[in-house]
Design a protein around this ligand. Structure first.
Ligand SMILES: Nc1nc2c(ncn2[C@@H]2O[C@@H]3COP(=O)(O)O[C@H]4[C@@H](O)[C@H](n5cnc6c(=O)[nH]c(N)nc65)O[C@@H]4COP(=O)(O)O[C@H]3[C@H]2O)c(=O)[nH]1
Length: 518
């Protein structure tokens, strides 16, 4: 296989690989963002739901506690007492039992009746005093039975072991951990999930984990806070479906982007190759647009404008192929082509008429020795005076003014003139005007367009006109399209020149000869 083809294949594979990898990166990042957002929302909802459950548990405990005086009328642990407890217990699903306590020992309860022996509440995991109440968490009741009990004096309320049961399912499914504690995180009451130790350490800043994030939901009135935490998985918890989906999507999108890029590249390359061939085969041609003195409508010069009609693509405007040539280092060839062909074509016309030929050149070219050589030799060969040529320059390639100044100095003795093109646009402005001693200023069509309109340029225009009156340069207004613009310029800038469709469009040389006297 020829080396060239191998290079192309290698280049294409690199583009596809890069495009797929980048797409995967973007999709992965977006997926991770979405996954984080989803988990975050879930964690928030989870914390809120647990808090709501804790709040209703506290509400139920408070309600039952409020019945204490009602039970006090009966002999403790009598059958009436126990009956009253059972009746009150019935409607509260989060409460398992109500008991009579004496000396921190359960004597009897709604569920167990009178106990054979008092049950001490002194074996527990955690004990928290809250005002006149005491919470005992995981109090030992019997083998394999523990309970969370709130007691005060002679009264104890046992929380249902199922009060937070449903939250365990979600904790297991989503890898959530939750701690229910007081507002200041001093006491932790209930724990849900497998990794609550890590959550507690992170919460108390004893441990750090980048991929573990926490959310809080608190109720200051009940002095309860629910803290939920979960670890983020960089690989979507190794969910093969998600990963496979991401890979496939990245492959498809990356492949499409790669193909689009390659197509675009080859289109540009083919356009460039075509342009190169067009220059080589001398297929580019010119049209010429006359420039008039506004006060008497006499033609003072013509501007050479390059045209390209490709045999396959058709007409391609200079606004497309000139920037393409500038970007790809072909503009010097174009400029030499323009100089050689336009001067040769116009030589007889320039000899027989007192007019100038304006040629568009790139700043980079006029500074090149090759271009200077070509221009001077063509002028000599065609016997055309330097005074007949105006080189139109713009700042499009942001070329340094120092080099241009040097070039202008170089051409000084030759009579060749310089025009600052597109004045008033981003490419050509007052800064350039002050730095370069040009012979002519070409006012951009956007400023001419503002004549008679309310645009900002209209307000700038009077100032510009005042300035042009005081500088000894030829001023050419480009793109004059209407009678009104013409009349305005004739009245306000009678010394200026004009160019535009109102007077004449750019035409082939044969048509131009018809309007010239000589
Ligand atoms: N709407 C409107 N347009 C008007 C009117 N009067 C003239 N024009 C157009 O305005 C452009 C004037 O040329 P430019 O400012 O030098 O701007 C030129 C110049 O920057 C560049 N260009 C054209 N020929 C050459 C060339 O030979 N060499 C280089 N380097 N650039 C060229 O391409 C640009 C566009 O050239 P064109 O498409 O020929 O467009 C020309 C011309 O056809 C008018 O009344 N109304």
């Amino acid at each position: 296989m020829p080396l060239q083809i191998l290079k192309i294949i290698h280049h294409r594979i690199s583009i596809y690989t890069l495009s797929i990898v980048l797409t995967f990166g973007v999709l992965y990042g977006a997926g991770l963002g979405g996954y984080y957002y989803y988990t975050h929302e879930k964690v928030e909802d989870y914390a809120d739901a647990i808090l709501a459950r804790a709040d209703s548990l506290i509400a139920q405990v408070k309600l039952i506690d409020g019945f204490r005086q009602e039970f006090a009328v009966y002999e403790p642990c009598s059958s009436q007492y126990l009956n009253a407890l059972r009746k009150r217990l019935w409607p509260y699903p989060l409460i398992k039992d109500i008991a009579y306590v004496n000396d921190e020992k359960i004597i009897c309860s709604a569920l167990w009746g009178k106990l054979n022996a008092p049950l001490s509440l002194n074996l527990f995991r955690n004990k928290v005093n809250r005002g006149s109440y005491t919470w005992v968490f995981d109090a030992f009741i019997e083998e394999h039975i523990t309970a969370n009990v709130l007691y005060t004096n002679n009264f104890a309320i046992t929380v249902s072991p199922f009060a937070f049961q449903r939250f365990w399912d979600e904790a297991n499914k989503m890898d959530f951990d939750a701690v229910i504690g007081d507002f200041k995180h001093k006491n932790h009451f209930f724990m849900i999930g497998k990794n609550t130790q890590l959550l507690e350490s992170i919460e108390h800043k004893q441990a750090h984990s980048l991929l573990y994030f926490t959310e809080k939901s608190c109720n200051r009135v009940n002095d309860v806070c629910v803290i939920v935490g979960t670890s983020l998985s960089l690989f979507f918890k190794n969910n093969t479906y998600v990963l496979l989906f991401l890979f496939s999507l990245s492959f498809i999108i990356g492949f499409l982007i790669g193909t689009l890029y390659i197509n675009n590249l080859s289109h540009k390359q083919s356009l460039l190759t075509r342009l190169e061939n067009a220059i080589l085969n001398q297929e580019l041609h010119f049209v010429y647009q006359p420039i008039y003195k506004v006060k008497d409508r006499n033609i003072t010069g013509v501007e050479a404008l390059l045209r390209w009609t490709d045999s396959q693509i058709g007409y391609i405007g200079p606004d497309i192929f000139i920037p393409l040539a500038e970007k790809n280092g072909l503009i010097n060839k174009i400029s030499q082509y323009v100089v050689e062909h336009a001067i040769r074509q116009c030589a007889p016309m320039l000899l027989n008429n007192d007019i100038t030929l304006s040629i568009n050149v790139s700043c980079a070219d006029i500074c090149s020795a090759e271009f200077r050589e070509k221009l001077l030799s063509t002028l000599k060969k065609e016997n055309v005076a330097g005074e007949s040529i105006i080189l139109e320059i713009t700042e499009r390639q942001s070329f340094g003014t120092d080099d241009i100044k040097q070039t202008m100095d170089f051409f000084k003795g030759t009579g060749i003139m310089f025009a600052l093109d597109d004045f008033g646009t981003g490419y050509s402005n007052l800064n350039w005007l002050s730095l370069l001693d040009v012979d002519e200023i070409k006012i951009d069509k956007s400023i001419t367009d503002s004549i008679g309109t309310e645009s900002i340029n209209k307000h700038i225009l009077p100032g510009l006109i005042g300035m042009f009156k005081n500088i000894p340069k030829i001023v050419v207004f480009e793109g004059v399209e209407t009678e009104m613009q013409y009349q305005f310029l004739k009245e306000n800038v009678p010394e200026c020149c004009v160019q535009g469709w109102y007077f004449a469009k750019a035409v082939p040389l044969s048509e131009l000869r018809a309007v010239l006297p000589g």
